[in-house]
Structures are given as structure tokens and as C-alpha cells.
Design a protein around this ligand. Structure first.
Ligand SMILES: [Zn+2]
Length: 198
């Protein structure tokens, strides 16, 4: 029914999370209404974002610079490290302005059921960093889930003899909730009331 190019645009939108057939159609038709310059900007942004974005060599946060803005910032506390499961969480915490230490981004969480094992989540980079930098505290800020729990315990066990305080977000964050859908007050409280893992 649809011309091929329109159909292909609809299919492209459908590859994005949360976009079903109807929304994809609506988006595709609204693209047809855009001015030429807008289309130009849209397609070049799509092109650029993939080309210029890479992982920060220190903390694994997505960046388009040599180092990310956090590793670049010498005013941040360097003795406290917040370990997160993805870059989205870094941006979320930064938007809320509730953490002033350093971050480290894992490549996801351990999830044996999904075939994601400890060697798949970039632990080597984290452990190297912990060995080389002097952190007094490491916070695991994972979404509350079996995967988050498994990952926390796994890393804690490796760090056992290192005499570093290891904490996690306080409970109150709903189980299974995605970080970005947790309200900022709850998240801030969970961070401030963080608990030592034992
Ligand atoms: Zn960085």
C-alpha cells in the first residue's frame, strides 16, 4: 500500500523502543511535512551520532570527546565511585545533580539467563581502575533486580580484601523499575541513605 521509501521509513521507526505500527506511521508522515533543512539536519544527526559517539577510555561513559565531561572535571570528588549499568544512568544522575564523585559504566549487568556472564560486562576495565585510583567508597547504583543484585555481589566478592567501603542504593526504589522512571526524590533518598553491602 505505502510507497517503498515511506514503508522503509516506517520500518525504521519501528526498530526504536516503544514505537509500534501506529506511532511509526504517524512519525513517518510527520517527516513528510518537514522542511528540507529540517530533514537535512535530522538525517545528518542520525549519521553523526553513531560516528562521533564512543566510550570514554577511563569510565566507559558515552562521549564525543577524547574523555567524557566527568573524567575531564577536576572539581569532582575523586575518592568516591558510582558504578552504573549504562550511560543513561550517568546522565540521569547528572540531570538531578545529586552526585559529585566519579562514575564507571558497565556494559550491562550479569544475567546468566540471558547469556550475559561476568566476562561480558566490562569488569576488567573497572577492576583496573579500582586498582589504580584510590577510591574510599564504591557505590553500586543498579536498578533493583536479580541482575543488579548478582552483579553487586559478584564484584563485591572480588574486592573483598581491598579495604574499600562498598555500598548500594537504599531500598525504596521499586523492584524491576527502570532508573529513569523513578522519581528524583526517591532516587536522591536512595543515594543518600545508601547501605553497606555485607
Ligand atoms: Zn569518562
Amino acid at each position: 500500500m505505502y510507497p517503498d521509501s515511506l514503508k522503509s521509513l516506517i520500518e525504521s521507526f519501528k526498530t526504536l523502543p516503544g514505537i509500534g505500527e501506529k506511532t511509526a506511521e504517524r512519525l513517518a508522515f510527520s517527516v513528510l511535512d518537514l522542511e528540507d533543512e529540517q530533514i537535512e539536519l535530522f538525517s545528518s544527526s542520525l549519521d553523526e551520532v553513531k560516528k562521533s559517539i564512543h566510550k570514554c577510555p577511563i569510565c566507559n561513559t558515552l562521549t564525543d570527546k577524547d574523555k567524557c565531561f566527568i573524567c575531564e572535571d577536576s572539581n569532582r570528588k575523586s575518592d568516591i565511585l558510582c558504578v552504573v549499568e549504562d550511560t543513561k544512568t550517568v546522565f540521569l544522575f547528572e540531570k538531578l545533580g545529586m552526585f559529585h564523585g566519579k562514575y564507571h559504566v558497565l556494559d550491562g549487568l550479569i544475567s546468566p539467563l540471558d547469556g550475559i556472564n561476568p566476562e561480558d560486562i566490562g569488569l576488567g576495565m573497572l577492576l583496573d581502575r579500582i586498582e589504580n585510583e584510590k577510591f574510599g567508597e564504591i557505590i553500586f547504583a543498579f536498578k533493583p533486580s536479580i541482575e543488579g543484585e548478582t552483579t553487586s555481589l559478584y564484584i563485591k566478592k572480588i574486592l573483598e580484601d581491598m579495604n574499600i567501603k562498598i555500598t548500594r542504593l537504599a531500598s525504596g526504589v521499586p523492584i524491576g523499575a527502570d532508573m529513569e522512571y523513578i522519581d528524583s526524590l526517591t532516587l536522591e533518598r536512595a543515594l543518600n541513605d545508601r547501605k553497606i553491602i555485607d
